[in-house]
Design a binder for this molecule. Structure first.
Ligand SMILES: [Zn+2]
Length: 116
């Protein structure tokens, strides 16, 4: 695989990782027990009925956001790991090289166009 391209995509991935980590950090915190897992923050706004229901509503909107960002971050971490292991840009299903166009759109793609 083209080393220049890997370098270029690698730095894109690093940037995206930083941005995602910062975004997650605004409403979630890393799970102490499971590496790579994040937990949405549950904010204690007060003990009144109104405050409690607001807390639950906020938590409920944070959870899916946290999940989708966490999944993206996981994909990025895996892709960065693959760069280290020289297996970047290889389809996880068939072992074929993923085409450049696809990788440029999504550098953390795990599969080729046939297996997405
Ligand atoms: Zn494939």
């Amino acid at each position: 695989m083209n080393q220049e391209l890997i370098k270029e995509l690698g730095s894109l991935l690093e940037k995206e990782k930083k941005a995602l980590t910062e975004e997650l950090g605004t409403f979630a915190h890393p799970d102490k027990n499971v590496k790579g897992e994040w937990d949405a923050n549950y904010e204690n706004l007060g003990d009144g009925w109104d405050e409690n229901s607001q807390e639950v509503t906020e938590y409920a909107t944070r959870l899916p956001m946290e999940h989708s960002l966490e999944t993206k971050l996981q994909d990025i971490n895996d892709a960065l790991e693959k760069i280290k292991n020289n297996s970047f840009g290889i389809c996880e299903k068939c072992g074929e090289v993923i085409n450049e166009e696809r990788l440029r759109v999504n550098p953390s793609a795990r599969n080729c166009t046939n297996h997405s």
